[in-house]
Design a binder for this molecule. Structure first.
Ligand SMILES: *[C@@H]1O[C@H](CO)[C@@H](O)[C@H](O)[C@H]1NC(C)=O
Ligand SMILES: *[C@@H]1O[C@H](CO)[C@@H](O)[C@H](O)[C@H]1NC(C)=O
Ligand SMILES: *[C@@H]1O[C@H](CO)[C@@H](O)[C@H](O)[C@H]1NC(C)=O
Ligand SMILES: *[C@@H]1O[C@H](CO)[C@@H](O)[C@H](O)[C@H]1NC(C)=O
Ligand SMILES: *[C@@H]1O[C@H](CO)[C@@H](O)[C@H](O)[C@H]1NC(C)=O
Ligand SMILES: *[C@@H]1O[C@H](CO)[C@@H](O)[C@H](O)[C@H]1NC(C)=O
Ligand SMILES: *[C@@H]1O[C@H](CO)[C@@H](O)[C@H](O)[C@H]1NC(C)=O
Ligand SMILES: *[C@@H]1O[C@H](CO)[C@@H](O)[C@H](O)[C@H]1NC(C)=O
Ligand SMILES: *[C@@H]1O[C@H](CO)[C@@H](O)[C@H](O)[C@H]1NC(C)=O
Length: 395
């Protein structure tokens, strides 16, 4: 079927240099592939400039062999028949690999791929492994949703702009060498046992984790954006090296968590929100926290809340608990009196239904600090967005 290949490959091998006989091909728009033969016809193009799209009705396996570099996108969408896409020589894609709605696809084999601008995969219910044997170590954007992947083995990037991995019900392990994430990283609604280990992550902008089983980020030092932990299954969370958060910190509805530890955290630029963590009775993991640029908003079952160094809260202050927080309120009230807490102040324990700032609590007894629930979080929009987002997700 491919006599051309049989002649071309030895010729290339003899040159001794991978790119010596490079042959560039280009198309002005998109080359559409209908069948295996169309793919084979491109095998003499070691560099292909332009995008390649696999036609919706293609039923053959597609092997884009011979192409080393693609200056464009590789796109396959809405194809319920194709089972396999491979590219035996592909090392670099200066564009995106976009697969969407390939219901029978079970193999993506690109054993030499190292660099790709964007990976955008959705609705691949039969894809269990990523056949990037050499491991992709450079990718700016990775978006993987609704696949049957078991892990992200094959994608091991050092830095990224955005990473979004959601609704992959079988992914139970993610361990990446990731150092920096300049925009956002989100792991949400994958397998609830998902164990995330990011040993080298030093700085990031927004980090969001929802429904994961365990999370380790031992090196994380700085967040330029927010950290959101929602509905996770871990019983403790620690950010041992984190010193500052550029936007908000939201820890919401993590039902088992009983220990939060932020030993070096000094500054949260926006809101601090801790709510609906049913098993969290003690909050003593903020020994160095001195300033909160937005609201201090903690509600739940705590009987002990300690932030011994806190001396500046620019927004509202709300502490509501089912437990006895008389001691905590005795610490915070003077801060309000000295105007170190600038927004509305509400601090009360022994409540039947403790709630977040802005909602009226249901009181059980008669407390002494009933100054009315803080009605607004005078904080920056971004962080409120994060909290509002959490509420929506919980509905
Ligand atoms: C991450 O950022 C830090 C500080 O900006 C830098 O020193 C380091 O080299 C970056 N790491 C990677 C993998 O880009
Ligand atoms: C924590 O931060 C310090 C100071 O920047 C650094 O020397 C240390 O290696 C970091 N620890 C980890 C586990 O990355
Ligand atoms: C964080 O944001 C500030 C201001 O927007 C910027 O100057 C700084 O370089 C950013 N740091 C990182 C690590 O992205
Ligand atoms: C709640 O936390 C305690 C430790 O403080 C732990 O022993 C217990 O198992 C936790 N309960 C749940 C339901 O996670
Ligand atoms: C909470 O976690 C921190 C950090 O992992 C640990 O040092 C501390 O002993 C834990 N506290 C409790 C009560 O388990
Ligand atoms: C307090 O704990 C009870 C019993 O574990 C739970 O039902 C309730 O939802 C918790 N309240 C909050 C605000 O976390
Ligand atoms: C709450 O705790 C304080 C001391 O921490 C104590 O004096 C007070 O009696 C307690 N209140 C209730 C209702 O248990
Ligand atoms: C972080 O996420 C929040 C909402 O989730 C958003 O409003 C904010 O702009 C993001 N910040 C950055 C720097 O991307
Ligand atoms: C906490 O849970 C209650 C009841 O499920 C919900 O109404 C509220 O929005 C939750 N709070 C947050 C901050 O998500």
């Amino acid at each position: 079927m491919s006599s051309f290949l049989k002649i071309a490959l030895p010729a290339l091998a003899l040159t001794g240099s991978a790119y010596a006989q490079s042959n560039s091909c280009s198309v002005s728009a998109t080359k559409t592939i209908q069948n295996a033969g169309d793919a084979t016809a491109l095998s003499s193009c070691s560099t292909f400039s332009g995008s390649i799209a696999v036609a919706t009705g293609t039923t053959d396996d597609i092997a884009l062999n011979g192409i080393k570099k693609l200056n464009g996108n590789l796109v396959a969408t809405d194809n319920s028949n194709m089972k396999r896409i491979s590219a035996d020589s592909l090392e670099e894609v200066d564009g995106s690999i976009e697969f969407d709605g390939l219901t029978r696809l079970y193999a993506v084999d690109m054993p030499k791929l190292k660099t790709v601008e964007t990976i955008k995969w959705n609705a691949l219910p039969n894809l269990q492994t990523i056949g990037f044997t050499a491991e992709v170590t450079k990718a700016d954007n990775v978006r993987i949703e609704n696949t049957a992947l078991r892990s992200l083995k094959g994608i091991n990037i050092e830095k990224a702009d955005t990473i979004f991995v959601a609704n992959n019900g079988y992914i139970n392990e993610i361990n990446m060498q990731l150092g920096n994430v300049s925009d956002s990283l989100t792991f949400a609604d994958n397998n609830e046992k998902l164990a995330v280990t990011l040993p080298n992550l030093i700085w990031a902008t927004n980090l969001t984790f929802r429904f994961i089983g365990s999370l380790e980020m031992p090196s994380l030092e700085t967040l330029n954006g927010s950290l959101g932990l929602y509905n996770n299954g871990f019983d403790s969370f620690s950010a041992p090296n984190l010193t500052s958060i550029g936007e908000a910190l939201a820890i919401v509805a993590n039902e088992k968590v009983s220990n939060l530890s932020f030993p070096l955290l000094t500054k949260i630029t926006d809101n601090l929100q801790i709510a609906n963590n049913t098993n969290l009775t003690t909050i003593d993991g903020f020994p160095k926290l001195t300033s909160i640029g937005g609201a201090f908003d903690i509600s739940g079952n705590m009987s002990s809340v300690e932030t011994p160094e806190l001396d500046s809260v620019k927004g509202a202050f709300n502490l509501q608990s089912t437990g006895n927080v008389t001691e905590a309120c005795a610490f915070y009230k003077p801060l309000k009196d000295k105007k170190l807490i600038q927004g509305k102040y509400f601090c009360q324990g022994k409540l039947v239904d403790p709630s977040v700032a802005g909602s009226k609590p249901t009181s059980q007894g008669s407390g002494d600090d009933k100054t009315g629930a803080a009605t607004s979080l005078s904080a920056v929009n971004g962080a409120l967005g994060l909290a509002a987002m959490a509420a929506v997700f919980l509905l």
